[in-house]
Design a protein around this ligand. Structure first.
Ligand SMILES: Cc1cc2nc3c(=O)[nH]c(=O)nc-3n(C[C@H](O)[C@H](O)[C@H](O)COP(=O)(O)O)c2cc1C
Length: 209
């Protein structure tokens, strides 16, 4: 397989995930730049969440939020706020996830991490700690989210090229959610792909001590 560029295709004994699963999530999964008209339904959006929510975060906190933009009216409000090269990508996508961090994510602290009593109060009293934890864990969750989209059999197109302040003013006017990433979601069009770029080799990125 031409795209099996990183997996040890001849050492499947090293993986618990099937070759099909490796391809779906990693080795053949691509960033879609154009989508077909096939819709994405509510059950698929829920299915993404039901996988995504189990991936680990610091203190089990869950600061990432999602606004699914899918009506024509909502897309008309969003698309002009993207960089021009990104606009046709989101225009073609049946759903665009506005991935955000909830600045008040700490309010679920007691529920999500009962083993650390007072976590909610600590975060409320330390805005710098709260924001660092929120931004780090939300970015981590955004990566998990892309993989969960793929696991649901859909293509994802993450994009940072948008005016986050303008998106926040348009969709989150109370200031509580702050957008960090857009993810186009749907079935890929036939010409959905750009050039596959290289990845670092193990030796370039890994040290052992
Ligand atoms: C955080 C992040 C930001 C990105 N921003 C953009 C973007 O603004 N526009 C775009 O076309 N692609 C964007 N991409 C897509 C990447 O360029 C793409 O995922 C990467 O080149 C790998 O492509 P492949 O999955 O086809 O191999 C972004 C991806 C990530 C994860």
């Amino acid at each position: 397989m031409p795209n099996d560029i990183s997996a040890l295709a001849d050492r499947q004994d090293l993986y618990a995930l099937s070759l099909e699963g490796q391809r779906l999530l990693f080795t053949e999964a691509r960033t879609a730049l154009k989508f077909s008209d096939e819709p994405v339904d509510d059950e698929q959006l829920r299915a993404i969440w039901e996988l995504f929510k189990w991936a680990p975060t610091g203190s089990n906190l869950s600061p990432m939020r999602i606004l699914y933009v899918r009506t024509d009216d909502a897309k008309k409000r969003l698309v002009p706020l993207l960089t021009p090269p990104n606009r046709p990508k989101s225009e073609s996508a049946p759903v665009v996830a506005v991935v955000a961090v909830d600045s008040e994510f700490g309010e679920y602290g007691a529920h999500l991490c009962p083993s650390v009593p007072g976590l909610q109060e600590v975060l409320a009293a330390n805005p710098a700690l709260r924001d660092a934890s929120g931004n780090f864990n939300a970015a981590l969750q955004a990566g998990y989210f892309v993989l969960a989209v793929r696991a649901a059999g859909l293509a994802a197109g993450p994009m940072k090229g948008f005016n986050a302040e303008a998106v926040d003013a348009e969709f989150f006017p109370d200031g509580r959610w702050k957008s960090i990433l857009l993810v186009n979601i749907g079935r890929p069009a036939e010409d959905a792909w750009g050039e596959r770029m290289p990845r670092l080799a193990y030796e370039q990125a890994v040290q052992l001590v």
